[in-house]
Design a protein around this ligand. Structure first.
Ligand SMILES: Cc1cc2nc3c(=O)[nH]c(=O)nc-3n(C[C@H](O)[C@H](O)[C@H](O)COP(=O)(O)OP(=O)(O)OC[C@H]3O[C@@H](n4cnc5c(N)ncnc54)[C@H](O)[C@@H]3O)c2cc1C
Length: 495
């Protein structure tokens, strides 16, 4: 008999909803604790910048058991994603489980000797301690904005200047008629620069460290990038972890072809995006940088750089002066509004120092088996820490794995020893064999979606029925098929 657990899900974003659904479906009692006023996480309207849309096509940015509405475009806008998440929560009756405006301040092992954790929860001015048998941490990677403090900020502000993190840019009127400078080279940075031009900014400058490869929504202007970058055939061009001698030999033999494939893609991108004219030809090889940080090219960004509507400056901010930003290279840029698209701090701040040291190595790499569980942090798991280009699907798969792990119902329930050995092997892969896999604390499955999903399905005991092995090599992950695979695993209920 599997005991019914009192489960706390921390966070009501994409991942929290997946976790809450997976645990309630197995009969557990779930409480979702969310510090914000609404569900949605990064897609909560108050946190979204104008014109935000997904990078992932809609059939890849969805739960296995619910497609996005037919009328949604291929790349849905922020409010549409939020509506989809709200609908998902409603259809699985998750809203009643939510405690909004409630922040987890700290968690420690239960003092009553039972398995589980005691959480310090703050709602308004009230703080209380509550015990749970199991905790699913679903707090995402985009929650604590990075900060940057530089000389001259006060004088800049006194002259009417405004400095804000990209997550606070949610009103395009802020840029109208003003000199706008965006710091950063991510998709958010280029989205905001383009939005500022469209909103009537007087001038727009983007300050970035280096040019990086950006993938257009349609490669060559014709082919949806999902048909090239999300397919198993492409994934297999990357040497992965745990390869046997035969696979290594196959990679060695295919090396010239694979090399030619990447050079061809680079040439196409240079031509299509007019990278030379924009002075934005990246220095590195495209295959060395494929991970979760590869941005999709914001439509119109390169044309706007090419015709001067957006000025690109290499470097970073040095200091502020009244109405001016001086870059690290000494360039003076007129500025009324500085938007810092500098990302977020990764972390789980409510863990104790000792538990955090169990979870994260000194070099920032996370110690998570399958990017979900840590053998030294029992009765706890992480959903959405396996981020990717199709994070909803990843979170859904992780949630299905986690509930079975918590209930000891995985077909292959790993021993602590196995988990530790696997973690060490993966850390070696990320540190030595493929450093690009070490970005974001090693919490990125791209470009290895299929391999990651194969591992989770095998652990779960799901049948991956191949429909047409050849077609499967050349099609992106199919969320409906994953729904069927998950349904093939042995059913059970706690209680
Ligand atoms: C602009 C933007 C566009 C993106 N586009 C894509 C895309 O196209 N494809 C893709 O795969 N990914 C995309 N991502 C990545 C995105 O983060 C994930 O897809 C996904 O939304 C993450 O969901 P999550 O639930 O894991 O985290 P979040 O959405 O960050 O949700 C975490 C929740 O936890 C809550 N929380 C945090 N700490 C606490 C605490 N101490 N107590 C209580 N609650 C807490 C937060 O308030 C938040 O609601 C995008 C991200 C951004 C910022």
């Amino acid at each position: 008999m599997i005991s019914r657990k009192n489960v706390c899900v921390i966070g009501a974003g994409v991942s929290g909803l997946a976790a809450a659904k997976a645990f309630t479906a197995r009969g557990h009692d779930v409480t979702i604790v969310e510090r914000s006023v609404d569900l949605g996480g990064v897609w909560e309207p108050a946190r979204s910048y104008p014109d935000v849309q997904t990078q992932s096509p809609k059939e890849l940015y969805r739960y296995t058991d619910k497609a996005m509405p037919d009328h949604y475009p291929e790349w849905p806008k922020g409010p549409q994603v939020h509506a989809y998440l709200a609908d998902y929560a409603k259809s699985h009756d998750l809203i009643r489980l939510m405690r909004l405006n409630t922040t987890v301040l700290a968690m420690q092992r239960r003092s009553d000797g039972k398995p589980g954790w005691s959480l310090d929860l703050k709602t308004g001015d009230r703080t209380r301690r509550e015990d749970f048998d199991f905790v699913a941490v679903c707090t995402g990677q985009f929650n604590e904005p990075q900060t940057l403090s530089l000389g001259g900020e006060d004088q800049f502000a006194a002259a009417g200047g405004l400095i804000l993190h990209s997550s606070k840019y949610n009103d395009a009127a802020l840029t109208k008629g003003r000199d706008v400078v965006v710091l950063g080279g991510s998709k958010s940075a280029t989205d905001i620069a383009v939005n500022a031009v469209r909103s009537g900014a007087r001038s727009v400058t983007i300050v970035l460290r280096e040019a990086v490869w950006r993938i257009p929504y349609f490669i060559g202007g014709l082919i949806n990038f999902k048909r090239i970058l999300y397919i198993r055939a492409q994934e297999q061009m990357f040497p992965s972890w745990g390869m046997g001698p035969l696979s290594r030999l196959a990679h060695l033999l295919a090396k010239p072809l694979v090399w030619a494939n990447w050079r061809g893609l680079e040439s196409l991108l240079k031509m299509q995006l007019k990278l030379a004219k924009c002075n934005m030809v990246p220095k590195g090889r495209i295959e060395d940088g494929v991970n979760c940080s590869v941005p999709i090219a914001t439509p119109d960004f390169f044309p706007m750089v090419a015709d001067g509507r957006i000025k690109a400056v290499y470097g970073t901010f040095g200091h502020y002066e009244p109405n001016t930003i001086v870059t690290s290279g000494g360039e003076r840029i007129p500025a009324d509004v500085a938007i810092l698209a500098i990302g977020y701090k990764l972390g789980v701040p409510f863990l104790s120092d000792a538990d955090r040291a169990r979870l994260v190595d000194p070099d920032g790499q996370y110690r998570l088996y399958r990017l979900i569980a840590n053998p030294d942090l029992p009765d706890m798991g992480f959903v959405g820490f396996n981020s990717s280009f199709c994070t909803v699907l990843c979170a859904d798969m992780a949630a299905n794995w986690l509930v079975r792990y918590a209930d000891k119902q995985l077909a292959h329930q790993p021993s602590e020893r196995e988990m530790r050995d696997n973690i060490e092997m993966m850390l070696h892969f990320k540190r030595i064999e493929r450093p690009a896999a070490g970005v974001y604390g090693g919490l990125c499955v791209a470009p290895y979606h299929f391999k990651h999903f194969d591992e989770l399905l095998a652990d779960i005991g799901a049948q991956r029925r191949r429909r047409n092995p050849l077609a499967e090599m050349f099609t992106p992950p199919d969320a409906d098929a994953y729904n069927d695979f998950l349904a093939s695993a042995p059913a059970y209920q706690a209680g």
